[in-house]
Structures are given as structure tokens and as C-alpha cells.
Design a protein around this ligand. Sequence first.
Ligand code: MG
Length: 341
Amino acid sequence: MKPQLTWQPYNLQLKYPFTIFNYSRTTTPVVLTQLEYGGLTGYGEASLPQYLGETQESVIRFLQKVDFNRFSDITQIDDVMAYIDSLDAGNTAAKASVDIALHDLVGKLIGQPWYKIWGYNPAKAISTTYTIGIDTADVVRQKTQEVAGQFNILKVKLGRDNDKEMIETIRQVTNTPILADANQGWKDKNHALEMSYWLKERGVVMIEQPFVKTDIENSAWLTERSPLPIYADEAFQRLNDVPRFKGAFSGVNIKLQKCTGMREARKILDTARTLNMNVMIGCMVESGCAVTAAAHLSPMMDFADLDGPLLSANDPFKGITYEKGVIVLPDKPGLGVEKIK
Ligand code: MG
């Protein structure tokens, strides 16, 4: 009997509209994958926010090319994913949807959850950040009041002309540590350095992607001088970026949809640690399936930005839960997710 890969396009409905720059959206398209073998089913997911270039159609075109018949042993994930990666350039979310389903299936065949197969301590799973979006001071104050006390760390989107107002408004409500994501919004290196000192004084603990993703030079200048660690997000995609970012960034934001899944994410983690760099794990708008896959790496991370399941109104999976903002990993085999829709 051979493994059967099937897929289903799905639209995740957001509880609140997601607004950046000039557009706002209330749904995120995903493709849910299923890999069946030996009476077991592995679940996977590709998340496809518009700005990343993959679509439900391009994912399905990619999945149609996958031929598992060439493998006599499906548990050899490294061989299988090397083949999947070689099928075409790019398509990282499509590749991740296969990788995640494959890990779920193989974990179920082995009979253990992935954190256990990898030897990670689930009690070290860290707190997720919760994101406060760019908005007017009144809305920011109200949103902060709603979540203050429920989360141990907040994430704030900066990079516009109201950065200081955003932080000061939140600080009127709570002293919870803040992770500041500039989303490529800062232009001037001296301004960025000044901001890093100003933010540190106000309990910000790190800065994500200060400059446009191609600007590695200014980032290296800032990383050398900033009192806060500087993380690459938009600039960072895959394993081969890690060595060339040594010195230019203090750390990298790993996302399964950018790096083709759990297999490569783990290699990024180990490579970054070897180079004395920091690591965080993040997500797109994703269901509990892909976010739980990412969460299996969270015991080894400096920060986790895994609030995806809190944002969607029609999540077809039950996976990780949160206890006062701390990630709780399911203890069932594979990813440990349950399909509920
Ligand atoms: Mg970011």
C-alpha cells in the first residue's frame, strides 16, 4: 500500500480584520493536506497570505507533481523532503504542507509527539506573544486593556509615524514586556539606534526587521550598536540565509511556511545556535494544524509568536492551547492535532 496525498482549499475567517498599509482583509486562503498510510492520517497546511505570492492554485499544481511511489519507506523524512524540495524552486508553503503532513503521519507511525522524538522538554514551551496592531491611541488602549493579564509578552507593530505614541499608550495600561516589529518601516539608521535606546527604557525586549529586507548593511550597523537584539523576519527565508546573516542580525524569525516546514526549521535552529545567534518561531495566519507543528520547536526558542489560532473564527483543528499565555503542547502522537471541522 502506498501513501495517498489529498488536499482541500479552505478559507480561514479572521475574527478581526487584518490591516496593513492600504488594504485590509478578513480571510486568509489556505490549503489543507492529508497524507494517508497504514490506516493513519497525517495533517498539513499551506497558508497563503496574498503578499507572499503563492495561491491555492499554485499549491495544488505543486502537490499534483508529488509522487510518493518512489519511496519504499515513508519514515525517511530527510530523503522525502529533499525530493519534495527538488521538484521546483520556491513554493515554500506548498512544500511545508507536505512536510507537516509527513511529520504528523510519521509521528503517528512511531507513536510519539514530535517534541518527544526530538528530545525537547514540553515544560520549556514558552509564552506566545499577542499582537497589538497599528491603530488610533483609543483603539490601542482598549485592545491592550482587553488582553492585559492574559499574556506575558505583547507584540507591537511599529514602523509608522506614531511609534512612540503606540508604546506610550500601551505603557499607560500595562508593563508587560514588548517585542517591537518595525516590519521594514524605518529608513534612517541613526533614528533606528535612537529608537532602540528609547524602546529599551520602556521595557521593549527586541526589535524585528527594522529596515527594508534588502538593506543588510544598515542592519549590521544597528546590530553592532543597539542595546536590543535585532531579528530578521522579511529578510530571512531559509537555512542558507543563516550563515550570511551572522553579524547583520542578532537572530532570525523562523516560519514553517517560509522555510518548507519542520525538517528545515530544526536545521535552522541548530545552525543558528552553533553560530551563537538567537531564534524565534513565528507564523502566518494559520489554523491550529500548522501553528501546532511550529510549536513543537518552541521549547528551544528565545521567543514564540504563535497566536494564529486565537485570530481565526473557523479553525478546523484543535491543537496547542494556552495557559495564561504559555503554550501547552498536546501530548498525542505526531503533531497531536485533532480535526474538528
Ligand atoms: Mg515580523
